[in-house]
Design a protein around this ligand. Structure first.
Ligand code: SF4
Length: 125
């Protein structure tokens, strides 16, 4: 389907992508709420599992941005299934880094707070 010569995303693909965006937004909102004292017990349980997982990487914003720039077409095509594209680079914890899952590419703190998100390796649900 197109409009004004531009392609629109339609059908189940569009619903899946919109759900992913909703989950990301929910995860960041609940992460912000947890930082001001709200307790999300399920998020703590999930985070404990992620903390012992070999798929955790620590990236500076510019490193994540570089990966995103390199893979932007694939990211847009696979927004609802990012585990199917190239893994994020594996880096150790350093100053000014954030924690990501190399498989699903999610910010882990936000991901564990989103009720509908699932671990792509089925380590938690
Ligand atoms: S989401 Fe799953 S695969 Fe990713 S870091 Fe957490 S436990 Fe590991």
């Amino acid at each position: 389907m197109s409009c004004c010569g531009k392609k629109l995303i339609t059908g189940t693909d569009a619903v899946a992508k919109l759900n992913k965006i909703k989950n990301i937004a929910e995860g960041f909102a609940k992460l912000a709420a947890s930082r001001v004292g709200m307790n999300f017990e399920y998020a703590q349980e999930r985070l404990a599992i992620c903390e012992s997982c070999e798929n955790v990487t620590w990236l500076k914003d510019k490193e994540f941005g570089a990966w995103l720039n390199e893979n932007k077409i694939e990211v847009l095509k696979n927004l609802d299934s990012l585990e199917n594209i190239t893994d994020l680079p594996l880096k150790p914890h350093r100053a000014l880094t954030r924690r990501y899952c190399i498989k699903c590419k999610c910010n882990i703190l936000a991901k564990v707070h989103s009720r509908e998100e699932r671990c792509v390796e089925e380590r938690w649900e």
